[in-house]
Each structure stands twice: as C-alpha cells, then as structure tokens.
Design a protein around this ligand. Sequence first.
Ligand code: NAD
Length: 492
Amino acid sequence: MAHQLWIGGEFVASASEETIGVINPYTEEVIDHVAAGNAADVESAVEAAQHAFSEWRWVPAVERADYLHEVARKLREAEDALARQLTLEGGKPLVENLDEVGWTAACFDYYAEIGRHSRGRVIPSIERSQLSLVLKEAYGVVACIVPWNYPLLLMGWKVAPALAAGNSVILKPSSVTPLSALMLAQAFDHLPPGTVNILTGSGEEVGDVLVAHPHVPVIAFTGSTAVGQHIASLAAPKMKKLHLELGGKDAFIVAEDADLDVAVPGVAWAALLNNGQVCTSTERIYVHECLYTEFTALITEYVQGLQMGDPLGPATDLGPMARAGYRAKVERQVAEAVERGARVLTGGRRPPDQPTGYFYEPTVLVEVNRGMEVMCQETFGPVLPITRFVDFDQAIALANDSPYGLGANLYTHNARYVKQFYERVRAGTLWVNDPLTDNDAGPFGGFGMSGLGRELGEEGLDEFRETKHLHWDFAMEPKEWWYPYEQYNRLR
Ligand code: NAD
C-alpha cells in the first residue's frame, strides 16, 4: 500500500487513487509508493493548517522555541534512518546525508533561539506624546515546496523560521524524495495537530493548487528557475509573499597566488559534491593563465581517483545521479560542447564498470566558450568546464557573465582581489578560500535569475513575518495642520 499523507497530525488516505513510485537510483528499481495527492487533499491540509495557525500564532515565542528544539532532538535521534532513506531515494552518499540530517537539526536549534530572542523595535516618534513601534507578525499558512537534492536541509531552512515566526506549514516534497519527507512526521508529531502537514504529489496536482490557494499567503520555494517563474506568475494575481531559491551557475576563480595543493581538491569538491547536484555547485572554473596547464593536469588526475559506487558504502565519494533524466541532460550538454570544440580531459561517459545506476563519470572539459550550454545553462551534474584568464579584471567580468547570481568562489591571499571580488561580483554568497561552507547565521540566496529573498540568518526569519508600524498618540488632541478647527466648530 502507498504511504499516506500527513494532515492534521495523522496519516490519512489521499482523496486520489493515484500513487507515485519511488526509484532507487543505484538499483534503478521502484522501492516504494506514496500517495499522489490532489486538490481535495490540499483543501484538507489548508483547513488543518488554518485551524492550527489560529492557536500557534499565540503560543509565546519562548514556548515555540522549546517545540523547535524538540524537533532538532528528534531529528538527531532518527539520524541513521533518515540518512539511509535519503540515500536510497536520492543517491547521495550516506556520509553526506548524515551531515544533512545534522545540519537540519542545527537549523531548528538556531531558529528556536532566533525566534525566542526576536523582537520588534521602538522608533523615534514625531512628538513627545507618541509611541511608535515596529511590530512583526506571522502571515498564516506557508507552503514550503522543496527539491530533492537537499530535501531535509532545504525543508529546515523554510519550516524552522516559518514555525518560529508563528506560521503553520504545508510541506510539499519532491516526488523524487517523498519517503524521507514523510518520515519527518515523527519529528513534528509533538506540535499541535495541523501546525505542520506533509503532502506528497506532483507539482501540478499539489504544487500549483497550493500556490494558487486563496488561504495560503506565503510560498517558500526552492527549485529550478523555470518552475520558480511559473510559481511567480500563478501567485501574482493574489500578490502573495514569494520566497524563491532558484538555479545557479556559480563561478570559481583561481588567482595566480593560489596554492594548488588546496585549490585542486577544493575546486573539485565544490564542483562534484553530490555529483554537482547542488544549487551552488561550481559550474564555471576560471584559472589564471600561469597556473592553467598545471591546474588542469592535477584536477584531471584528482577526479580520476574518486571512488564511484554504492552510495551506502563508506568509501564512496560519488553515487549515482538522482534520476536518468538528470543524467541525460548532462550528456546532452557535454555532447553539445564537444561538437562545438570542447575537449574532454577525463570522463564524458557512463562508467563502464557500473552498468546499473544513473552514474556519470566526473568530467573535466577545456577549450570551452561562453556560448556553449555547459557554460551558460545550469548543468546540475559532475562537469568541470575550465577556462583561463589573464588578469583579475577579466576574471571578475567572466564570473559575472551569467544571468544567475547564487554564489561565487575565489582562491587567493591577495586582499585587493578580495575587495574587488566582494564589491563587483553579483552573487548572494561569496566564498574566499573555503568553498560552499554554510553558516546558519549567514543569509543565503540569489541575485537575478537565482531568485528572490534570503534564507538563514535573521533575514530568513523576516521572510515569514509581516511588518506593521504602530503609531500611537496618547494625547488625542486636534492637530494644527488639519483643516481649520473653526470650520468644524462652525459645522456643529
Ligand atoms: P524542480 O523545480 O523541478 O522542483 C522543485 C519542487 O517544485 C518539487 O517539489 C516539485 O515537485 C515542485 N514543482 C514542480 N513543478 C511545480 C509546479 N508547476 N508548481 C508547483 N510546484 C512544482 O527542481 P528539482 O529538480 O527538484 O531541483 C533542482 C533545482 O533546484 C535546480 O535548478 C537547483 O539549482 C535548484 N535548487 C536551488 C537551491 C537554492 O537554494 N537556490 C537549492 C537547491 C536546489
């Protein structure tokens, strides 16, 4: 029987008869089924979430903090089972999924405390008889729509601040990774019923209905830019609050003073973590011309040494890609690049010793140019296209040569380069000498086609709070700038 939906604090059958098969990308077999929710299920979930919101919004922030810490504790308790499930449905190596569960728990702890200590503020009044306050309040029901690549973490980045701010939540996981999402019910079952609801189903049958629903005022979405644009158009008529974390095409600049013993494994890690299926994966590599030949030779040798195989295996560096279709896109982009003159230094094929599973060898490409798809469209796969630059001005221009602007990386000790990098590169997160490190207190999000809004940090809490300004005059006296007071007396 297919796994049921979690609505109002209990597992319930979907109103639809349809189910979704969940595939293990290592064996290519269907391992389980979940309900394919529909519009009637969305209606039930919204009703449950609205009811829960009417109480949750008034739970004191200090108590909400305790609830969130308890979520964190339960996530850590279920760490092994959750990580294993994530690997079985998403293909990410187990060690990385263990990290993901830990980071997700830490995010709930972080927002428990941010929520506990958050406050509005008193601002200067116009006159002495007045008090002016900036107040923050929850919106209501928040739809959290998340992708498959970091399904737990990206859930946490939304659900933790949304709950801390006093909203209730409907979580819609990707149909690639719905099983781990349903396991979260046990981490939320101490919350008042309906405060969190979990709806599995397709983007069209559940996602679109949630986005258009009149009683869902906030949509927090992480996923592709194309779906983000579609969501924005659906939400526009009701002027909903949108939070969109979308695609990327991150650049990595290796300056002439970089230490290659660090830069080679660092760039490889930034490009290949989770098979390059990270929104901030390095997808364009710019190396100073004086290091270029040595760098390309070393990184080719380095990636050839990475272990591909069973993602549950403790020594595995790279598992399969999550689905056949994602691998097919990478194959298309590499073929197009090669046709237009790019050269493959290693990879560029499925590994011959892994006939089953959606594997693709880590691929180093040189002689690429800006017109190739692999340099201008999101790849979301294990591909490292490398280009040389002659001076830092050119490196900055190349890094900015993209409509996306999620993150960017730099290896250098040169402070003048760092200053130019943070002043001129248009991206939400800039890493210098420490690629892809997240910090719960550091806001994360994109410029341009990479989205709207910021997750994490205090900014991440504000995405889920409406702002009010209260202007209060104790005196209740007429003001001299009104229409003449005598006029009023005359009328009486
Ligand atoms: P996707 O856009 O296909 O799906 C994301 C989620 O949206 C899923 O839950 C999906 O079911 C849902 N969805 C699909 N169609 C929908 C519709 N019409 N209406 C409402 N919901 C719909 O993305 P994906 O393949 O799951 O994830 C990969 C993408 O996510 C990449 O582009 C990646 O860059 C991006 N991503 C961005 C970030 C970030 O923080 N910026 C983080 C991770 C992933």
